[in-house]
Design a protein around this ligand. Structure first.
Ligand SMILES: Nc1nc2c(ncn2[C@@H]2O[C@H](COP(=O)(O)OP(=O)(O)OP(=O)(O)O)[C@@H](O)[C@H]2O)c(=O)[nH]1
Ligand SMILES: [Mg+2]
Length: 453
């Protein structure tokens, strides 16, 4: 019992935690697949961790509720593994990957049948998060997600022991699994309390920030180029890597040369991450998504079908999971950005533009963070969305009893976005981005001293 439980729960961490493996570089795995499903993304996730898939074992038919694959197929695999010689292609295989979001029953069933560590898609993602989590915030949320997932498997083990479905384990085994479950519950409660505290102070910080600045969130599928754009716009160094889920936490930076605009980089979206796991990241996402403008990034270098799938996933995550309270207002504040324009042809870009239009995004901005294509246009669009159209005003010197021209200028700095200003004799010419309403308010105070050019 102890052994198989360790196998079962090892990789993704949880339980036997401290000893469990968090380095997976160089591991070899078999990928078990039902029918001819497309496993590209799943394989990319595994490769991101340095795991190589030695063979894809495919079986037609519907998922078996207990073993995912057919029982006979699993027996064949177990026998082949048991009898492998040094030259066998499966020589160093110590991991089974199931191309599905498996039920706890299936995880336990496959582990029992083959006797190797088993990950489904969720456990693969959790292992990946565990490896990449480098901040306190990320580690807490990943651990919560992992424990939640381990708990469902443990419950299944306890259930099978109680109902006698699980042969060969007596009272002692039951106590072991049961007491681990108790520990997991206790740790989860403590972590949740800690996270609630962190969330509270984070939302207080957010409230303070909102008083002084406007926020632009960067969202999109994992690897869409969020951190690269963040780095380009803010000049702040963040981790950029060609791997999935490089970023697991939120980072705030300022738009270079525009200190009143804050940017928030955050974790990416992915298909098939269940609610329970995503809940742990909710607060992190809130950091970027509770914003005045949301840039939704889509990698234009992807094949058109992938662009469609990733955009749909991102929109689903945004609307269902993150923004349930004020859905429509946030959807109106989305600016779609097609990234990595340098990596593909104009024809592909054109068909991507057509495709995103079918989702209601009629004016996407095409950029490259590497070459700088479209960055100026994006910056101008952001300022327009946040502050209003760009225009030039001439400030006139006032009469004796009126406020000095400098204090008029400082009113502009306080209430609109000032690009630049220059003296022209007694006058000051100011380039601003401002809404009609804001400008009307200023004009109602200063009258003809503000001349719109
Ligand atoms: N050719 C090209 N590659 C880009 C561009 N922007 C980003 N990339 C590459 O895309 C990969 C992912 O970039 P990131 O900025 O880390 O993407 P992300 O959305 O933050 O990814 P996660 O945090 O992992 O979800 C890296 O290899 C980048 O170098 C671009 O404009 N052109
Ligand atoms: Mg990133």
């Amino acid at each position: 019992m102890a052994d198989s439980k360790a196998d079962l729960l090892a990789g993704a961490g949880g339980l036997i935690t401290e000893e469990s493996q968090t380095r997976h570089d160089g591991r070899k795995a078999l990928l078990l697949v039902r029918n001819n499903e497309d496993c590209t993304e799943f394989i990319a996730l595994a490769e991101t961790m340095g795991i190589s898939i030695v063979e894809r074992v495919e079986q037609r038919g519907r998922d078996d509720p207990k073993w995912f694959m057919g029982q006979g197929k699993l027996q064949d695999i177990a026998e082949e593994l048991a009898s492998r010689s040094a030259k066998h292609p499966w020589e160093n295989v110590d991991l089974l990957l199931l191309h599905t979001n498996a039920t706890p029953r299936q995880l336990v069933g496959v582990n029992d049948a083959v006797g190797l560590e088993v990950w489904d898609r969720v456990r693969l993602l959790l292992s990946l998060f565990t490896v990449h989590a480098s901040s306190v915030e990320a580690r807490t949320q990943v651990r919560i997600a992992r424990l939640q997932s381990d708990r469902t498997v443990l419950r299944e083990v306890v259930k099978q022991q109680t109902t006698g479905e699980r042969a060969g384990f007596g009272g002692a085994g039951q106590t072991a699994a049961g007491s681990v479950l108790t520990n997991v519950n206790a740790e989860l409660a403590a972590l949740r309390k800690k996270q609630r505290r962190q969330n509270k102070s984070a939302s207080e910080r957010r409230r303070q920030r909102k008083k002084q600045a406007v926020t632009v969130g960067l969202a999109g599928y994992t690897n869409a180029g969020k951190s690269s754009l963040f780095r380009n716009l803010s000049g702040k160094e963040v981790l950029v890597e060609n791997r999935l889920f490089s970023t697991l936490e939120s980072t705030i930076g300022r738009l270079e040369a525009s200190p009143r605009v804050l940017l928030a980089d955050t974790i990416g979206f992915i298909d098939g991450l269940p609610n329970a796991a995503l809940d742990a990241f909710r607060a992190t996402l809130a950091e970027a998504i509770e914003c005045d403008l949301l840039l939704l990034l889509v990698d234009v270098g992807d094949p058109i079908k992938e662009i469609d799938r990733k955009l749909q996933t991102s929109l689903r995550e945004l609307s269902e999971r993150v923004l349930d309270s004020n859905h429509s207002s946030v959807m109106e504040r989305i600016q779609l950005v097609l990234t990595k324009a340098d990596s593909t042809s104009q024809a592909s870009i054109d068909s991507a533009i057509e495709m995103v239009a079918t989702h209601g995004f009629i004016n996407p901005i095409v950029i490259s963070s590497h070459t700088g294509i479209g960055i100026e246009e994006l910056r101008a669009t952001m300022l327009h969305a946040l502050f209003g159209p760009q225009r030039t005003v001439m400030l006139h010197p006032g009469g004796q009893d009126e406020p000095a021209i400098e204090s008029l200028l400082s009113r502009f700095f306080d209430s609109v976005y000032v690009h630049d200003h220059r003296r022209e004799g007694d006058f000051i010419e100011v380039r601003i981005s401002a809404s009609d309403e804001t400008l009307a308010i200023l004009q109602s105070t200063y009258g003809e001293r503000i001349e719109l050019k």
